[in-house]
Write a protein that binds this ligand. Sequence first.
Ligand code: FES
Length: 101
Amino acid sequence: MEFVEVCDKDDLQEGKGKVVNVKGKQIALFNVNGEFYAIDNKCIHAGGPLGDGKLSSDVVMCPWHGWEYNVKDGSTVFNSNLKVKTYNVKVENNKVLVENE
Ligand code: FES
């Protein structure tokens, strides 16, 4: 499994998310209490950018129409079978790295 460096750890504060690029793929990266989580950036409703959504604890709200996802497992809050893909994340030497498949 290959990991790709996406940003400095300090670039993403607790309670925030952002869109990062992993070899051409857009991934939404979040910092929940110092732990980093990565999911597909594309909302399954109509493609809204989840990395730009508002994060509350471990739930992000899509900025387009408000679908909510748990960033730890990618599931939508209203249907745990409906999910976006999640990616493994690790932090090394103050850098955040996301799994590339
Ligand atoms: S595109 Fe995300 S809620 Fe509609």
